[in-house]
Design a protein around this ligand. Structure first.
Ligand SMILES: C[S@@+](CC[C@H](N)C(=O)[O-])C[C@H]1O[C@@H](n2cnc3c(N)ncnc32)[C@H](O)[C@@H]1O
Length: 302
């Protein structure tokens, strides 16, 4: 359980403990999370959506919000198994990507998929924590965190670094879980502690307003915020169905892991269903010349 940590100890704890969850056999996560192994909410909007079509819509929506142009440089913080990264790299042949993960297994898998997909030359995979990774200030046109910022305790420092890494006019996209400002229910329950600090290694949900304030304080303007809590409930329903369907195969690869996954996701689902936890995506832009501003009125209505 968490004790008082120095910044350095906290970073080491995140590096070690968060990576553990992602070091399981990637095939398990394909069975549970679907074709892209996207470990974040999908966007459901049609009656006949499947997990894969809803995840495809999420990727489309991120691409629209980042509005990438040829020659731009992008940083994916927490690329997982490359769900968004590989989508964007294939969609934008003239854009280059740096991608961070804490998991060697994820890095190897994404590297394999990038070669298979013919996009490996545009992608630099970095096995490093965001706070300590060797990255150049003012060098990125877009930075996104999809399901990853929740693993980072030093949010002020993380958002300040992201702002410094962006060029003027650069875009920041975040998709993640938050707590409402008003405390609803016991946030420090055994079940929550088990999920946030054991199964997932380290996770910290905060109110969205605190996140937005840190973003604004670092010189970015908030362009758009969208609540995806209902979509997240549908996403985890699909994950739970997949765990049930593949229980024997998951347990054959990692004995007992199907039960851990199903119980943590089921407990988490209850929080989002009752809105004691919330899911948002947001877009912000570093202040810059007017010509570099992106216009949300061009984004698809979901
Ligand atoms: C829930 S997964 C999301 C993966 C992917 N973005 C997606 O949506 O499918 C979280 C990812 O963030 C990475 N991660 C977590 N904390 C990180 C940190 N401090 N620095 C770099 N990567 C981190 C993990 O290694 C993992 O790849």
């Amino acid at each position: 359980m968490e004790t008082i940590q120095t910044s350095r100890e906290q970073i080491d704890l995140e590096r070690r403990r968060v990576a553990e969850h992602y070091e399981h056999d990637p095939e398990i996560f394909r069975m549970v999370l679907g074709a892209r192994r996207a470990y974040s909410t999908a966007i459901w909007s049609q009656a006949d959506d499947t997990l894969d079509t809803a995840q495809e819509r999420k990727c489309q929506s991120i691409a629209a919000r980042l509005s990438l142009a040829p020659g731009e440089r992008v940083l994916d913080v927490g690329c997982g198994w490359g769900s968004v990264l590989l989508y964007l790299a294939k969609k934008h042949p003239e854009v280059s990507f740096d991608a961070l993960t804490l998991s060697q297994k994820q890095r190897d898998e994404v590297s394999r998929l990038a070669i298979e997909g013919g996009v490996s030359e545009k992608i630099r995979l970095i096995l490093e924590h965001f706070e300590t990774a060797p990255l150049t200030e003012g060098s990125y046109d877009a930075i996104y965190f999809v399901g990853s910022i929740v693993h980072m305790k030093h949010r002020e420092a993380v958002l300040s670094r992201a702002a410094k890494l962006l060029k003027p006019g650069g875009r920041l996209f975040i998709s993640d879980c938050y707590f409402p400002v008003q405390e609803r229910g016991d946030r420090d329950s055994r079940a929550n502690r088990y999920i946030l600090h054991e199964v997932l290694g380290y996770c910290q949900l905060r109110p969205l307003s605190e996140e937005l304030l840190d973003i604004e304080r670092n010189g970015l303007d908030i362009l758009h915020v969208q609540d995806l809590t209902a979509s997240y409930v549908k996403t985890v329903d699909a994950w739970i169905d997949n765990i049930r369907k593949h229980r024997a195969e998951i347990n054959a690869r990692a004995p007992g892991f199907a039960h851990i996954l199903q119980s943590y996701i089921t407990v988490g689902r209850r929080s989002f269903h009752q809105r004691t936890a919330l899911e948002y995506m947001l877009v912000a832009q570093k202040s810059g010349p007017l010509s570099r501003r992106i216009d949300p009125s061009y984004w698809p209505v979901l």
